[in-house]
Design a protein around this ligand. Structure first.
Ligand code: AMP
Length: 225
């Protein structure tokens, strides 16, 4: 399956994308993670991306599409993929549609993870990531680790993303409204979008997502990766 997960910052895309992809045995492709890898490795691309990320802005389309295409050509994507955070602009959506059409495929489903805008700042401000595992994601109120600052899954150090600070989050929200919301409309016009409430426990949201793509029969409990 070729699935796109989209939604406001803080909707829980990363958490759900990791679980959904593991459940469906397809790779989870997050352009945000690809940029953070470049930043960690100190590449020129990473330095350029960092400037935009810190400011709460989108990394320019041509750079982002290049990074995405580089990932997409890897052989593990042949059976499908779960896209998280790409496309985030209409130009990226058109590029994606063109790339997929070129290989005789298209997206099967777009899941729009919905939360009220008023919840975004609180959800993001409490988010903590693990330095060892990009998909080990906690929240100080909603899914706290047993020991503050320490990952339950691997003992790694938990930290707050620098673009999760309130002023940056407000900018990211603005950018979502102007640049990314039109992507939802674009796929809505193609009849691909299902809106899913991001409210509730991680497993509940996962079950809704699986139902939306016709995989809801399988027991989703116990998924932890
Ligand atoms: P994320 O981890 O998906 O929240 O992404 C973190 C940041 O990386 C975003 O706020 C953007 O600055 C940048 N980014 C990630 N994906 C894209 C994209 N598709 N287009 C442009 N910038 C992106």
């Amino acid at each position: 399956m070729r699935i796109l997960l989209i939604g406001l910052p803080g909707a829980g895309k990363g958490t759900q994308a990791g679980r959904l992809a593991a459940h469906l045995s397809i790779p989870h492709i997050s352009t945000g993670d690809l940029f953070r890898e470049h930043i960690d490795q100190g590449t020129e691309l990473g330095q350029n991306a960092h400037t935009h990320i810190q400011a709460g802005l989108l990394v320019p389309d041509e750079v982002t599409i290049g990074v995405f295409e580089e990932r997409l050509v890897r052989p593990d994507t042949e059976r499908g993929f779960l896209l998280d955070g790409f496309p985030r602009s209409l130009a990226q959506a058109h590029a994606l549609d063109g790339i997929l059409a070129g290989s005789g495929t298209r997206l099967d489903a777009v899941l729009d993870l919905e939360i009220p805008e008023g919840q975004v700042v609180r959800r993001i401000a409490g988010r903590r990531l693990c330095r060892q595992g990009r998909e080990h994601i906690f929240h100080i109120d909603f899914s706290p680790p047993e020991v503050a600052g320490v990952c339950d899954l691997c003992g790694g150090e938990l930290y707050q993303r620098e673009d999760d600070r309130e002023a940056t989050v407000r900018k990211r929200l603005e950018v979502y409204r102007s640049e990314t919301a039109p992507v939802v409309d674009h796929y809505q016009a193609q009849g691909l979008v299902t809106t899913i409430s991001a409210h509730g426990r991680v497993q509940e949201v996962l079950s809704r997502a699986l139902d939306a793509i016709g995989q809801g029969q399988t027991d989703a409990t116990g998924m932890s990766s």
